[in-house]
Ligand binder design. Structure first.
Ligand code: DQA
Length: 142
């Protein structure tokens, strides 16, 4: 199974960004661990990070022909990007939303996800494990 993994804005700062919330692992480390976990499930991964809304939509569009599932951490766009929501819906890929932190227990603006309604599942608050659980979920789609 081919799985597209997308990390949204500021995820390139992992490791030095609010480590008390997001941990100390870098994005490179996270991507390595995602690929390792995926290999155990017999999956192929394409992983990207983008700081812009249009960049994320372009990545979704460019990889939609290859991908059989999407694992996305839309980061702050989670809370207000109808454009990303619409792109996921339009492309029709089974999508899973992930967050390192538990957005339901943070500031009120983070408790809303406009992406969730177009996703099959949401995994949050478990650090890198949120991504691994999303991959496990994807592996059961087929
Ligand atoms: C995040 C949570 C978002 O609220 C925040 O804007 C992020 C990261 C998470 O993984 O916990 O950038 O998506």
């Amino acid at each position: 199974m081919n799985v597209l993994v997308i990390h949204g804005p500021n995820m390139h700062l992992l490791g030095r960004r609010n480590p008390e919330i997001y941990g100390t692992a870098t994005l490179a480390r996270l991507d390595l661990d995602i690929k390792k976990h995926a290999a155990g499930l017999g999956m192929k991964i394409r992983a990207f990070q983008s700081n812009s809304e249009g960049g994320i939509i372009d990545l979704l569009t460019a990889n939609a022909g290859w991908a059989e599932a999407l694992v996305i951490n839309p980061a702050a766009y989670t809370h207000y990007s109808y454009a990303i929501r619409d792109a996921i819906e339009a492309l029709g890929l089974p999508a899973v939303e992930v967050h390192l932190s538990d957005i339901s227990k943070r500031e009120p603006f983070r408790r809303i996800s406009v992406i969730k309604p177009v996703c099959r599942a949401q995994f949050k608050g478990q650090g890198p494990l949120s991504y691994f659980k999303a991959l496990d979920f994807c592996s059961e789609l087929k």
